[in-house]
Design a protein around this ligand. Structure first.
Ligand code: CMP
Length: 149
């Protein structure tokens, strides 16, 4: 199994609903190490860059409006197979298809407001981490749990 880093973003609705702690609790409980974390307001050019692959889609404008409408929490998470695991924890992009027990399955009603973003591949993870974090904002640390397990 490969140790990976992935990018996650709690969208503005999470802060509006005061659910930051609940969502981060699920991420930590699963076993991810938080190696980068910041509260930020995304400027429009950064949002457009982040979602560049969706530029031609009908929902692009609304997506950028939403993601820049309030603060977000950006995170770099580390763990074995972190990219795929986080996607599983989040559930399907469309809340109607997200299983109960997943973050989107439990917290989201609408695809536009689907609570959390998670990188979908190693290339996206690298690109997105680079967009949101400077190298010195990411900490290289180990939780030490391998001593116990
Ligand atoms: P996210 O994982 O942040 O990546 C792209 C986002 O576009 C997605 O979550 C949704 O919030 C948003 N979106 C809106 N409509 C759609 C759609 N029809 N299909 C996929 N993503 C959509």
């Amino acid at each position: 199994m490969a140790l990976e880093r992935t990018f996650a973003m709690l969208k503005p609705g999470v802060l509006s609903r005061h659910a930051v702690g609940e969502i981060i609790c699920r991420i930590e409980r699963k076993g991810f190490n938080i190696v980068g974390l910041k509260l930020m307001r995304i400027a429009r050019p950064l949002a457009e860059k982040h979602y560049a692959e969706h530029k031609a889609k009908f929902f692009f404008g609304e997506l950028v409006d939403y993601i820049t409408s309030g603060p977000v929490i950006a995170m770099v998470l580390e763990g074995e197979e972190a990219i795929a695991l986080l996607r599983r924890l989040c559930g399907s992009t469309k809340p109607l298809e997200a299983s109960p027990g997943t973050i989107r399955g439990d917290y989201a009603m609408h695809t536009n407001f689907n609570i959390i973003h998670a990188s979908d591949s190693p290339e996206s993870a690298r690109r997105e981490i680079g967009l949101f974090f400077a190298e010195e904002e990411i900490l290289d640390w180990k939780d030490g749990n391998d001593v116990w397990i």
